[in-house]
Design a protein around this ligand. Structure first.
Ligand SMILES: O=C(O)[C@@H](CO)OP(=O)(O)O
Length: 341
């Protein structure tokens, strides 16, 4: 039952019935609901307009700090500062590729987006257009990079993504486009491409049609190759092997950025992201079997005090609820609105 419904399930910020569709043991932290009070907004300096928009916002009690309205005292400033260890993490699987369209095993073959994939990437961008992004990680494959770039064309901040070359000392130096005398840094978002985030290597299955392969080897065998944790396809990587590099990279390179308060977007692939989600949500090797990710659907997590809290998938740029999840997001939204007025 859970197969194939993951994104729909997490796509609903505000519907517990959708959430129940995803039925693994690691439960969602979103049982409690609370209507945001007027005081909450005024205490964070939000405008009347925000208040109107947010009249019926509901949010999840487990993430939002106290709903009582802290005065703008030194203590609350200190609190706000302390809360800067909250950060947004957006994970997005690339939009549909030309080989997804043809139902071919793709793995580490570099295949561009289909027309539908381009539309999905743009749509993903709209959905996250008001969520802060300070840093982007993509795989080394074009479909993930195209998805990230297309998504950022929709971002309200209109910052320019700039690829940081990390392969050598010289490359690092040469990709420092920031000029001290200008504020280019403020107007750009560094993009880091890492092979560790690539799709898992599908070995001898790469290029074969999925349906024909199932007819040839049997549905169960092919499902095992595709979704099991530790059974690799012939001469390819199992999810476990993929996790060894993808999760290690996440822990070494991405998590420290989140812990320092940077908001990060990761544009990668079905299986490299499944392994990362397995890590974030502490899924077992049994639970991960039913974890399916749709193309081009962004998923939001809040990283807070070293914990990752799933916040589902923003459904529209007007999805105001997300900004109430943390004080930082509420203030960010406020600044963004002020800037664009
Ligand atoms: O072909 C692939 O590389 C992957 C992702 O598209 O397929 P699967 O869903 O079978 O893991």
């Amino acid at each position: 039952m859970a197969t194939g419904v993951y994104n729909q399930a997490i796509g609903a910020f505000q519907s517990n019935s959708h959430i129940n569709n995803f039925n693994h043991q690691h439960k969602f932290n979103c049982i409690g609901r609370l209507v945001v009070t007027k005081d909450f907004f005024s205490s964070y300096g939000l405008s009347k307009r925000d208040l109107r928009v947010s009249k019926c916002i509901e949010y999840q009690t487990s993430v939002v700090d106290s709903v009582s309205s802290p005065s703008r005292s030194k203590t609350s400033d200190r609190d706000t500062h302390k809360k800067s260890n909250e950060a947004a993490l957006i994970l997005v699987r690339h939009g549909e590729s030309l080989w997804n369209e043809k139902n071919l095993f793709t793995g580490c073959v570099d295949v561009p987006l289909s027309k539908k994939g381009i539309d999905e990437a743009i749509e993903a961008g709209k959905r996250i257009s008001s969520i802060p992004v300070d840093l982007i990680f993509t795989s080394a494959l074009i479909r993930a990079q195209m998805t990230a770039m297309l998504a950022m064309t929709q971002h309200r901040h209109m910052k320019v993504p700039i690829i940081m070359h990390n392969e050598s000392e010289q490359a690092r130096e040469w990709s420092q486009v920031f000029c001290k005398d200008t504020n280019t840094k403020e107007h750009s978002i560094p993009v880091i491409a890492a092979w560790q985030l690539n799709e898992r290597m599908y070995g001898e299955l790469q290029g074969l049609n999925k349906q024909e392969t199932a007819q040839r080897y049997g549905k169960e065998q092919v499902h095992e190759w595709r979704r099991s944790y530790n059974i690799p396809p012939p001469n390819g990587e199992s999810l476990e092997m993929c996790a060894e590099r993808a999760v290690a990279y996440f822990r070494d390179q991405i998590e420290p950025q989140l812990l320092s308060g940077k908001n990060v977007m990761v544009s990668a692939h079905g299986n490299s992201l499944r392994s990362i989600i397995m890590y974030l949500e502490k899924l077992t090797s049994q639970e991960v079997i039913s974890l399916e990710l749709s193309t081009g659907i962004p998923m939001l997590y809040i990283c807070k005090e070293g914990r990752f809290i799933r916040r589902g998938s923003p459904v529209a740029p007007t999805e105001a609820g997300v900004y109430a999840y943390t004080r930082r997001l509420a203030l960010y939204r406020q600044r963004l609105d002020d800037m664009l007025q």
